[in-house]
Design a protein around this ligand. Structure first.
Ligand code: PAF
Length: 280
C-alpha cells in the first residue's frame, strides 16, 4: 500500500491511473477505523480497479464545543488495517494540504443542511461538504463510498455530486452493527460498558416506529429518555427524497433517524421503514 501525504503526489497518482484506463473508488474517512469502514473498503474493491482511502480529521466540520481535539487519531493502526485489506493508496494529508493558503471552493449545505444534525451542529454540513468537494477535486473518483449510517450526510453528498461531480457515482454502504444492534461508529470507543448497553436504545427505538407516527414517535422518545445516561436530541421519520418529516397519513418508503447523547458521546443511527401497507 502506498501512503501519500500531499495533494500533488496524489494528483500525479490519479493522472497515471486514469492514463492506464483504470477506475478509482474512493473511501473518505476520518480514521479510527472499525469493521464498518472495512466493509466500505470491500465495497470499493468490488466497484473499481484501484481503491484510495483518505484519513483526515476535518476541522471545518467540528463546532467550537465539539470533540475535534479529542477525536481518536490512530493513523499507524489504521494503516496496518488497510494494508491487510490490500488498499492501493492511503491518502493522509495535513490540514495545510487540504486547505492551502490560496483557499478552496467552499460548499454550502442549504436548507436541509440546517435541520436535524445541522440544527444541533451548526456549520457541520458546510464543513463536511467543503472537504468532500476538495477531496473529490484531488482524487477524481469514479465511485465514492459513504456509510448509510450518516444518512443526512449521504443525502447531502448525493446532492453535491449531482450538481458538481456528475462523473462520480455515490455508493451507500449498509450500516454495520454490533450483535447488540448498536451501529458501529468511531465514537463508540468513548462509551463505558454501561453506556454501550444504554446506546442500544437508539436502534431499539427506531425499530418500534410505524404508523401512526405521532403515537409511535412519542413512545420511542420516552423509551430513549428513560434509558440511563441517555438524552435524546431528535427522533423523526423523513421522506428520503427530500429529508423532510412525514405525517400520519404518509404511505411509502421512509427513513427513521435518531440522535442522542449517551454520557458525553453524541450518537446517530437510522433505519429504512416501509410505511406502504401499514394500517393504523
Ligand atoms: O463520515 C465521515 O467520516 C466524514 O464526515 C467524511 C465524509 C470523511 C468527511 O470528513
Amino acid at each position: 500500500m502506498r501512503i501519500i501525504h500531499t495533494a500533488d503526489e496524489l494528483e500525479a497518482f490519479v493522472e497515471a491511473t486514469k492514463a492506464a484506463s483504470k477506475t478509482i473508488a474512493f473511501v473518505p474517512t476520518m480514521g479510527a477505523l472499525h469493521d464498518g469502514h472495512l466493509s466500505l473498503v470491500e465495497l470499493a474493491q468490488q466497484k473499481a480497479d484501484v481503491v484510495v482511502v483518505s484519513i483526515f480529521v476535518n476541522p471545518k466540520q467540528f463546532g467550537a464545543n465539539e470533540d475535534f481535539d479529542k477525536y481518536p487519531r490512530t493513523l499507524n493502526e489504521d494503516a496496518k488495517l488497510l494494508e491487510t485489506k490490500n488498499v492501493d493508496v492511503l491518502f493522509a494529508p495535513s490540514v495545510g494540504e487540504v486547505y492551502p493558503p490560496e483557499g478552496v471552493r467552499e460548499q454550502r449545505a442549504g436548507v436541509v443542511g440546517s435541520t436535524f444534525e445541522g440544527a444541533s451542529r451548526p456549520g457541520h454540513f458546510d464543513g463536511m461538504l467543503t472537504v468532500v468537494g476538495r477531496l473529490f477535486d484531488i482524487v477524481q473518483p469514479d465511485f465514492a463510498i459513504f456509510g448509510a449510517k450518516d444518512a443526512q450526510q449521504l443525502f447531502m453528498v448525493k446532492k453535491l455530486a449531482g450538481a458538481l461531480y456528475k462523473n462520480t457515482v455515490i455508493v451507500a454502504a449498509p450500516t454495520h452493527r454490533e450483535p447488540s444492534g448498536l451501529a458501529m461508529s468511531s465514537r463508540n470507543r468513548y462509551l463505558s460498558d454501561a453506556q454501550r448497553i444504554s446506546a442500544t436504545a437508539l436502534y431499539k427505538a427506531l425499530k418500534t416506529l410505524r404508523q401512526p407516527l405521532s403515537l409511535t414517535l412519542e413512545a420511542a422518545r420516552t423509551l430513549i429518555d428513560s434509558t440511563p445516561e441517555t438524552k435524546l436530541d431528535y427522533i423523526a421519520v423523513v421522506d428520503p427524497e427530500i429529508f423532510r418529516p412525514v405525517t400520519d397519513d404518509y404511505r411509502g418508503k421512509a427513513l427513521a433517524i435518531v440522535a442522542a447523547k449517551v454520557g458525553n458521546t453524541r450518537l446517530i443511527d437510522n433505519l429504512e421503514l416501509d410505511l406502504t401497507e401499514q394500517s393504523e
